[in-house]
Design a protein around this ligand. Structure first.
Ligand code: T5A
Length: 219
C-alpha cells in the first residue's frame, strides 16, 4: 500500500478492441495475488449488478439512437454505480482493483463520437469523484490486428466493434494522446506480441510504477 495510506491500488487497462485487456487483466490478477494481495477484477461497462444491466443496453445498441451525448451519459450513470458499489469499497478495504476499461474509454470512444471534452470532464467528475486510477495501462496495437483477434474469438460484432476501421484507428490515437497528456498515470504497453511477452511488459511496468506499494513477501 502507498505510504501513509490504507487504500488499495487502482489499476485500469485500456485500449482498442481485442488489444488483450481481458487476457492481461486475468494474468495481472494472478501475479498480484501471488504477492498475497486481495485483488478485485472488474470491468466496464458493468462491474456492479445495476451497471451490468446498463452494459447490455449500451453494447446491444439500445442507447445509440439517442445519440453520442446520451451514450456518454449512460456510461457515466453505470460508472457512478460501479465506483460506488464495487471499486470504492474494495479500495477502502485495502484491496487492489483491476478494471478492464474505465474513464479513458469514454474519452476515446464518446469523445471520438463528438461529445465535447468539457461535457466528458463534467460527467467524469460526477461519476468517479476522487476515485482515480493509480496506474492506467494502455495496450497499444494496430486497430486492424485487434479487430482480427476480437473477431476470431467472437464473430458477432457489438455496437462499437461494428464501427469503421478509421474510427478504431482514431480511438487508438486518442488513447495515445491521453497517455502523452498524463504520463504519471498512464503507461503505453506495446501489445503486438504473444500474451506472455505482453504480460512481461506489464509486470515490469507495475513493478516500476507501484513497486513501493507491493508487499515484499510474495517472491
Ligand atoms: N466502451 C466502453 C465505450 O464506448 N465507452 C466506455 O466508457 C466504455 C467503458 C466494451 C465496449 O464498450 C465500449 C468499448 C467497447 O467497444 P467489451 O466486450 O468489454 O465491450 O469489449 P473490449 O473491452 O474491447 O473487449 P475485447 O474482449 O474485445 O478485447 P480485449 O479484452 O482487449 O481482448 P481479449 O483479451 O478478450 O482478447 C481478444 C482475443 O485475442 C486473443 C484472446 O485469446 C482473445 O481470443 N489474444 C491474443 N492473441 C494473440 N496475441 C495476444 N497477445 C493476445 N492477447 C489476447
Amino acid at each position: 500500500m502507498s505510504a501513509g495510506s490504507d487504500r488499495g491500488q487502482f489499476i485500469t487497462l485500456e485500449g482498442g478492441e481485442g488489444a488483450g485487456k481481458s487476457t492481461q487483466a486475468l494474468l495481472l490478477k494472478s501475479w498480484l495475488a501471488a504477492y498475497g494481495l486481495d485483488v478485485v477484477l472488474t470491468r466496464e461497462p458493468g462491474g456492479s449488478p445495476n451497471a451490468e444491466c446498463l452494459r447490455g443496453m449500451l453494447l446491444g445498441g439500445l442507447i445509440a439512437p439517442f445519440g453520442a451525448d446520451a451514450e456518454a451519459l449512460v456510461f457515466a450513470v453505470a460508472r457512478a454505480d460501479h465506483v460506488r458499489e464495487t471499486i470504492r469499497p474494495a479500495l477502502s478495504a485495502g484491496k487492489w482493483v483491476i478494471c478492464d476499461r474505465f474513464i479513458d474509454s469514454t474519452r476515446a470512444y464518446q469523445g471520438g463520437a463528438g461529445v465535447s471534452s468539457k461535457r466528458l470532464a463534467e460527467l467524469e467528475t460526477i461519476a468517479i469523484g476522487k476515485t482515480r486510477p493509480d496506474l492506467t495501462l494502455i495496450l497499444d496495437l494496430p486497430a486492424k490486428e485487434g479487430l482480427v483477434r476480437a473477431g476470431a474469438r467472437n464473430p458477432a460484432l457489438d455496437r462499437f466493434e461494428a464501427d469503421a476501421l478509421a474510427v478504431h484507428e482514431a480511438r487508438r490515437a486518442a488513447f495515445l494522446k491521453i497517455a502523452k497528456a498524463e504520463p504519471d498515470r498512464c503507461a503505453v504497453i506495446n501489445a503486438q506480441a504473444d500474451e506472455q511477452s505482453v504480460f512481461d511488459r506489464i509486470s515490469t511496468c507495475v513493478s516500476d510504477r507501484l513497486g513501493a506499494a507491493l508487499p515484499d513477501n510474495g517472491r
